[in-house]
Ligand binder design. Structure first.
Ligand code: PLP
Length: 289
């Protein structure tokens, strides 16, 4: 604060950081209150009516309002008894990385822009590759904003690896009944027609039926189509089931298609002593076409 009482930028930053720290200190994210709180209509109406503020307001007031009227409603996935679906809870430190990244807002669009950041990214990617048991030399990749973007990116890579540009309409992709919807959405975005996406049935443990996958691939090949990718999942969203990765890889290898493993929910198991659950994930390499 300046001597004349004016608030400085640093005051604002400190107040915002203090706000988040206090939230954690009160353990609000873990166990306070209900895990799900419906927002009363009048709260939402007040937010709508406020619109985009034309006038600045004291930060404390805004922060309190934020806590009371905005963050306080909806699903609190951080709550100790919130078992509804998969978003991971925050930890006491995980938010700090986001604060630093947003605060500095380094542009990482090229190596020259942000050399040390790129080197750090490469290092973490190599570490992930090694944890997944991928062959030496498999260290490429990039961090994306989440599972949907990861699926989209990998599926585009699969299409480009298998099909020439004039040949896209022959491409066929395989998902299972339990595959996350973002994979099918990604296939649509990259131009795979909806009637070229095969939904392979699952067994009674919600794992892809690999015999059915192989039959579908063979039928498409016989029809003159070109199988491009089978999407296996390491931890399906609904049940946590893991597709038989080794078997899916065998089919992909035999028929020359890309094996994509969606690990958005379950791949973190590679960092634990249960990593054997993902046996076969290391076969998701594209050396067969
Ligand atoms: C298996 C799986 N794949 C992809 C996604 C999509 O991830 P995101 O919401 O980060 O885009 C999810 C989200 O729950 C998921 O469980």
């Amino acid at each position: 604060m300046y001597a004349n009482g004016t608030t400085t930028e640093a005051d604002v930053e400190l107040a915002a950081v203090r706000f988040v720290c206090e939230l954690f200190a009160r353990n609000r994210h873990l166990s306070e209150g209900a895990a799900i709180r419906e927002a009363p209509g009048e709260v939402l109406d007040a937010i709508r009516e406020r619109g985009v503020p034309a006038q600045g307001r004291p930060l404390d007031e805004v922060v309190l309002e934020m806590e009371r009227d905005v963050i306080g409603y909806g699903y609190n996935a951080d709550h100790a008894r919130f078992l509804g679906f998969v978003p991971g809870p925050t930890t006491a430190l995980s938010w700090l990385g986001d604060v630093i990244a947003a605060g500095y807002n380094r542009h990482a669009g090229s190596f020259a822009n942000y050399p040390a950041g790129c080197v750090a990214e490469e290092g973490v990617l190599s570490w992930f590759c090694e944890r997944a048991g991928l062959p030496a030399g498999a260290s490429g990749g990039l961090f994306v904003s989440g599972g949907s973007m990861a699926n989209l990116t990998a599926l585009a890579a699969a299409r480009d690896a298998v099909l020439g540009e004039g040949d896209w309409e022959r491409g066929v992709a395989y998902v299972s009944e339990q595959t996350h919807s973002s994979a099918t959405k990604g296939l649509h975005v990259i131009g795979v027609p909806r009637d070229h996406v095969r939904v392979v049935p699952c067994d009674d443990a919600f794992r892809m039926d690999v015999a059915a996958l192989e039959r579908a691939v063979a039928a498409d090949e016989a029809a003159g189509l070109r199988p491009i990718v089978a999407v296996a999942t390491a931890g399906t969203t609904n049940t946590g089931s893991v597709d038989p990765l080794r078997e899916v890889a065998r089919v992909c290898r035999a028929h020359g298609l890309w094996m994509h493993v969606d690990g958005a929910f379950g791949a973190s198991v590679l960092l634990t002593r249960h990593r054997g659950m993902l046996d076969g994930v290391e076969l998701a390499v594209f050396d067969n076409v």
